[in-house]
Write a protein that binds this ligand. Structure first.
Ligand code: UD1
Length: 426
């Protein structure tokens, strides 16, 4: 009988070594702000290396809802933003993708108005947007967030200096987008330094904006002169690269990650090296060899970039479940980012949670069983753990993993993993 829920079911037979070349997909977190930025002016954008993912589909639907032509074919996206007529995003569309809050700054810049519903909490925790709203107010926007909808209006945006008390990635992006329409210069101090901010700066420059400083904690945004056509390639996904590296480290084998920027996930590579992997980085490629027997790495703490990324925390944890000794992982960014832990324990992992710190004591073996994906990176961690477990692991997933990983089963099979993705009602 047909059940109620449509599920992805990842079936993994663990214990295979991974070997071969993995071409890493384009970055989801770089693509989404750039898709929002595409509405800043009446221009056409051609974007290359855009991953085919549920979150990208959701962003393209938002663009069409706002009045753009927005199409994806394979990894190419075409956007024509000449006809932006709408400045509001429905609650339903907002719910599909949390990063839709990034459209707030872009809509303010393009239309002088933005209406959207608050993104609300998510699996990782509360995820407030107070820093976004405070910063947009400093630029001159009037914002009413007292009801069920956030209503932003700006007759004139004025460049100013904004000091962020925390280097929020989303807030930095929203300020950069809104500031392109401000009179005078905007200076962001305490800005996020993630590579995705640099990618947004590159795109904005192609769009005719004066922006510099991305990658440092001070970003300066001037005005935008009209450009009709933008051609831009999305950078590779450092978290997907980190995930495949963690899978190879846990399973053993020899894998080359191609098309990557090694410097963008060097903190993850640092810990994998410390755990016993041989790693060689070249221009746009990383080669990793692992005997499959790792050692614990002491202490890891998630930090804003260039520190260890919160997004890679669950997958590195999964790689270290059988590492000899004890590893402590402290999560400082999101309050609820250990949701994968009870599921990993069901595979036989020995993990204790003390508030925001997870203590992992390496076990000799993991045994495959049925798991439920809790969130995007937590789900990816279950796949990494399943690949290094004995027997069969099933990861039941309400679509979390496909939000961020493009053809993940195919890419892992190409490395010799025994994994397949079924979709069915359960
Ligand atoms: C975060 C990650 C980013 C990752 C992305 C996707 C960090 C610093 N940011 O970005 O690397 O790619 O998730 O998973 O690791 N906060 C507030 N008020 C705000 C905005 C944020 O208090 O207005 C707090 C959040 O609750 C959280 C922290 O700041 O504790 C990080 O937020 P932020 O960088 O804004 O999150 P994302 O942009 O989602």
């Amino acid at each position: 009988m047909r059940g109620d829920f449509f599920m992805d079911i990842w079936r993994i037979r663990g214990g295979k070594k991974l070997a071969g070349v993995c071409f890493v997909q384009g970055s989801k977190n770089a693509s989404l702000p750039i898709l929002a930025a595409s509405i800043l002016g009446p221009a056409e954008s051609e974007l290359h290396n855009v991953p085919q993912l549920k979150d990208i589909d959701a962003a393209l639907r938002i663009l069409r809802h706002l009045g753009c032509v927005a199409e994806q074919r394979d990894n190419e996206v075409y956007i024509n933003a000449n006809g932006v007529t709408n400045c509001s995003i429905s609650h339903k569309l907002m719910l599909e993708m949390r990063s839709s809050v990034i459209f707030m700054g872009a809509l303010l810049a393009r239309c002088g108005e933005a209406r959207l519903s608050p993104p609300g909490g998510c699996q990782l925790g509360k995820r407030p947007i107070d820093l976004h709203l405070d910063a947009l107010r400093r630029l001159g926007a009037e914002i009413d967030d007292s009801g069920g909808e956030i209503i932003c209006r700006a007759g004139d945006l004025r460049g100013t200096e904004i000091a962020l008390p925390f280097p929020s990635v989303g807030a930095t992006e929203n300020i950069m987008l809104a500031a392109t329409a401000a009179k005078g210069e905007t200076v962001i101090r305490g800005a996020a330094r993630e590579p995705e901010i640099g990618a947004l700066q590159d795109y904005l420059r192609r769009m005719g904006c004066e922006v510099h400083g991305a990658g440092t904690d001070t970003i300066v945004i001037g005005q935008r002169r009209p450009v009709r056509h933008i051609d831009h390639r999305i950078l590779s996904d450092r978290i997907v690269a980190a995930t495949v590296a963690c899978a190879a480290a846990a399973c053993g084998g020899s894998v080359e990650l191609r098309g990557v920027e090694p410097g963008h996930f060097s903190t993850v590579l640092h810990f994998l090296k410390q755990a016993g992997c041989d790693i060689m980085c070249q221009n746009r490629s990383v080669w990793l060899r692992s005997g499959g027997k790792l050692h614990a790495v002491g202490e890891i703490s998630t930090e804003p970039y260039p520190g260890f990324p919160t997004d890679a925390q669950p997958v590195l944890m999964a790689a270290l479940l059988k590492a000899k000794g004890r590893t402590l992982i402290r999560e400082t960014i999101f309050e609820n980012r250990f949701r994968q832990v009870p599921e990993l324990v069901r595979l036989g992992a020995d993990i204790t949670l003390h508030d925001r710190t997870a203590e992992i004591r390496g076990v000799d073996s993991l045994r495959g069983t049925a798991l439920s994906a809790t969130d995007l990176r937590g789900g990816a961690a279950m796949i990494v753990a399943g690949l290094s477990a004995e027997g069969e692991t099933l990861v039941y997933d309400a679509g979390h993993i496909r939000r961020g990983y493009e053809r993940f089963d195919t890419r892992l099979r190409a490395l010799g993993a025994d994994i397949c993705l079924d979709q069915s009602y359960v």
